[in-house]
Design a protein. Structure first.
Length: 366
């Protein structure tokens, strides 16, 4: 039996309209529409055809009903420039990642969410509150993704088709998620993660996100979180040169342009000085990329999950099979990590007790 919501998600995650899917399958747009609306059930032969064209398994299409991610639950940075197809593709791919998360969550005990709600705070103040709550003081963040995961944020990667996006975040059933592009530099990825943390902290679960001021607030939060005022002031960067910026950016692992803007924001650069450094950095290639940048950060939590499965002597493919997607697609959602299989009946503690990740011995998965 076809589950209509799953057909819609499978189609949208590939960026296909009903018309395009009709061309690929030879089925009429009317038939596809009534399948997605639940007004008619396709034959088994048609179900197999849809699964083959959409590059998923028939089991995916026949699984339990799934709720789509509503567009207004997510803040996209350039929503006015996005087509509905691009938006739906990103959200539907994210919904597949949430199925991955459901599978993991059923088998592991993961860190509880510790994301304060600071609606109404100024971004700079909110960043200071979160740093204090997480015990960071003024020191640089060594690994942004590991920090977020330690405080209960689930992090997945955007699929290659969605690399025109930087990132997006949302609360899903009160749990915080961040989706990051793997096509950006390591410095940009850290800032994107901090930007999305800003949305989670400042705008919460129920606010109207898609407004220009929300993006500005998230940017200011990210800058203040990664480059705390006192820490920057202590570096003696007043009237800094481009060379000083390139050396100092290594302290906070941020992009040269981001640090330059932060210096200007803190009145450490004049208007002329700010423009002059931006021109120099642009000539050196720092506007569009980050020459000799840091490696991209990846998920520690997912690495531990898959490592524990490998240590149990399992083989690849069960996770993908259970969800109904290919192993290649699954790898795209988990930063390209090498996946391994979990067979039932083998449960044990993963790693040391302080890492916050344990397998849950559930009778449903034995």
């Amino acid at each position: 039996m076809l589950t209509p919501s799953r057909l819609a998600i499978a189609r949208k995650r590939r960026g296909l309209t009903l018309t395009r899917l009709s061309e690929l399958t030879g089925l009429s747009t009317h038939s596809l529409s009534v399948y997605e609306n639940g007004h008619q059930t396709p034959t088994e032969e048609t179900l197999l055809l849809l699964a083959r064209v959409l590059a998923i398994t028939p089991d995916f299409l026949a699984g339990h009903d799934v709720e789509e991610i509503p567009p207004d639950a997510v803040s996209f940075r350039a929503l006015s420039k996005m087509t509905a197809r691009q938006r739906d593709r990103a959200l539907s791919a994210g919904r597949v990642a949430l199925l991955v998360d459901d599978w993991i969550d059923a088998r592991f005990k993961l860190p509880e969410a510790d994301i304060p709600s600071l609606t109404g705070y100024l971004p700079e103040s909110a960043a200071e509150v979160v740093r204090a709550r997480w015990g960071l003081g003024e020191r640089p963040v060594s690994n942004m993704l590991h920090l977020l995961e330690a405080h209960g944020v689930r992090i997945y990667s955007l699929t290659a088709e969605n690399n025109e996006l930087d990132a997006y975040s949302l609360f899903w059933h009160s749990r915080p998620y961040i989706f990051l592009s793997t096509a950006k530099s390591g410095e940009r990825g850290r800032f994107d993660a901090a930007h999305e943390l800003g949305h989670l902290v400042l705008h919460g679960e129920y606010q109207e996100l898609n407004r220009p001021v929300a993006e500005q607030e998230a940017n200011r939060f990210a800058a203040a979180f990664l480059m705390p005022r006192s820490s920057v002031l202590a570096q003696g960067l007043r009237d800094a040169t481009a060379s000083q910026v390139l050396r100092a950016k290594l302290v906070w692992k941020v992009a040269a342009m981001a640090l330059t803007h932060r210096l200007y924001e803190l009145d450490l650069l004049t208007d002329w000085g700010y423009r002059a450094i931006c021109v120099q950095l642009s000539r050196l290639g720092y506007r569009r990329s980050e020459p000799d940048g840091i490696p991209r950060e990846s998920s520690q939590l997912l690495s531990k999950v898959f490592r524990s499965i490998r240590e149990d002597g399992q083989k690849p493919a069960t996770i993908a099979t259970a969800i109904g997607v290919s192993s290649d697609e699954l790898q795209e959602h988990v930063f390209g990590l090498t996946l391994t299989t979990l067979r039932g009946g083998q449960h044990r503690v993963v790693g040391s007790p302080h890492n916050g990740i344990h397998l849950v011995p559930s009778p449903d998965h034995s």
